[in-house]
Ligand binder design. Structure first.
Ligand code: SAH
Ligand code: SF4
Ligand code: F3S
Length: 442
């Protein structure tokens, strides 16, 4: 096989996978490959997979099939196919056996070895690496990054919570926090390159603790002190780790944006207990209320699972109730999907598909209504927008409000990376449009 000259990473799943995809791209570029603009043109295709729900891994197999059928593209051969991410971790051996066209398999904690593995695949080997050396990976990756107006920064990986439905503790390994010093170095390098907003990432980001005296609220304060960083976000948080200190930080740190993704999963305490969530509906609502006391404009987003084993109609209605009480700006909701090796998959009383679909549809109708109302309320207001990228139309830019709403506007000389003052003129379910409120002469 000839060595691949170009690559394309296709990512599924959560923001951690987006971060990993960026870092894999940086590694491959440092190794001399260039980024192909489409998958079809790439010599090396990396499928960065997600294992969270059933259909996710099926999608991977059909994608592999499609690539094989297309039959491209390296000189003298097909595209090299790498499977990375959480399906690789969970089903590495099975993929190697089932999908002969796959050339290498690399788990989410081993991808710092990707360039070397591409080398062995070029020599005709079929390397598989699903070790979990989280900190060794970060040490090998270093702190140099490509900047952009808004960037992700993984500060913590893995999960020790073991919610009974979830594969993450098995695919990402134990909870590990990166040392604060290297994170701050990575953040400073991003800021030096022009990054204005950093989203701190972790499966359980608010459980961050570097074991050397820096907790999560301290880390946020230190990132806020970096010159050039004007906006900080973090995701995903566990309600049980919303400490008083972290809530207070939302009232004190100007850079911390008034938007929080705080998954509740269910509004019923019996179901929450069966899920092993270690919070109650009441403790969740109390955290939200406390956040809104220190930051009245706090917008909340969440995740929900409907049709968990044994969930009754009345228990599902408790979920609708907590949605009404919280009033979400945005949310993700899913039908419970039994995952191999998780305790909930073996529970009795699995819920029928039609019941799950019906509940999901009712929940989503309510969430969509709240999201639309949240967006509609911003019409006529003036707000700051971080301009992130060009839009589809000439002269159009797309940016984000502090509440993570996308805004489309005409640039009139403004550039990506600027934070501008925008008057919001109209709102849809997924985005806003506006005009520059005032533009000082440059
Ligand atoms: N660490 C985060 C999110 C992890 S996965 C947290 O604790 O909230 C993202 C979301 O996928 C979860 O919040 C949950 O709503 C959903 N999810 C996880 N496992 C699932 C399953 N087996 N079936 C359906 N949804 C699931
Ligand atoms: Fe999964 Fe629960 Fe861990 Fe979130 S906290 S990653 S839902 S086990
Ligand atoms: Fe999916 Fe792995 Fe993220 S299972 S949600 S890509 S941690």
């Amino acid at each position: 096989m000839t060595a691949p000259k170009s690559y394309f990473v296709k990512s599924y799943g959560c923001q951690m996978n987006v971060y990993d995809a960026e870092r894999m791209g940086e590694l491959l570029e440092a190794d001399g490959l260039s980024r192909a603009s489409t998958q079809g043109e790439a010599d090396l295709i990396v499928l960065n997979t997600c294992h969270i729900r059933e259909k996710a891994s099926e999608k991977v197999y059909s994608e592999i099939g499609r690539i094989e059928k297309a039959g491209r593209s390296r000189e003298g051969g097909k595209a090299m196919i790498a499977v990375a991410g959480c399906v690789a971790q969970a089903e590495g051996a099975e993929i190697a056996a089932r999908a002969r066209g796959v050339d290498l398999i690399v788990g989410p904690q081993a991808y710092h070895r990707l360039p070397a593995m591409v080398g062995s695949a070029t020599r005709g080997e079929r390397p598989v690496d699903t070790d979990l050396p989280t900190l060794a990976k970060f040490r090998a990756l270093g702190t140099a990054r490509k900047a952009a107006p808004s960037r992700f920064l993984t500060i913590q990986e893995g999960c020790d919570k073991f919610c009974t439905y979830c594969v993450v503790p098995y695919t990402r390994g134990a909870e590990v926090s990166r040392p604060a010093a290297t994170l701050l170095e990575e953040a400073r390098k991003l800021a030096d390159g022009g990054t204005r907003e950093i989203t701190l990432l972790g499966q359980n980001v608010n459980a961050y603790d570097d074991g050397a005296g820096t907790g999560f609220a301290d880390l946020i304060a230190k990132v806020a002190d970096i010159s050039g960083i004007d906006r900080i976000r973090y995701t995903t948080s566990h309600p049980a780790d919303m400490t008083g200190e972290l809530i207070a930080a939302h009232g004190e740190i100007r850079e911390l944006m008034p938007y929080l993704h705080l998954p509740v999963q269910s509004g019923n305490d019996r179901i929450l207990k069966a899920m092993n969530r270690s919070h109650t509906a009441e403790s969740y609502l109390e955290s939200i209320a406390a956040l809104r006391r220190v930051r009245p404009d706090m917008a909340i987003s969440g995740d929900f699972i409907v049709g968990f084993p044994g969930e009754t109609e009345a228990e599902f209605e408790d979920t609708l109730q907590i949605v009404r009480q919280t009033n979400y700006a945005q949310a993700y909701s899913f039908k419970y999907s039994p995952r191999p090796g998780t305790p909930a998959a073996d529970m009795d009383d699995q819920i029928a598909e039609e019941v799950k679909s019906d509940r999901l549809q009712r929940l989503q109708a309510l969430l969509n209504e709240q999201q639309l109302a949240f967006n509609a309320a911003s019409v006529g207001t003036r707000t700051s927008v971080l301009l992130e990228r060009a839009g589809k139309h000439a002269g159009q830019l797309i940016g984000k409000t502090p509440w993570l709403q996308s805004v489309h506007l005409h640039a009139h000389g403004a550039k990506t990376g600027e934070i501008v003052d925008v008057r919001i003129e109209s709102a849809g379910p997924n985005s806003l449009s506006g005009v520059l409120a005032e533009r000082k002469a440059a």
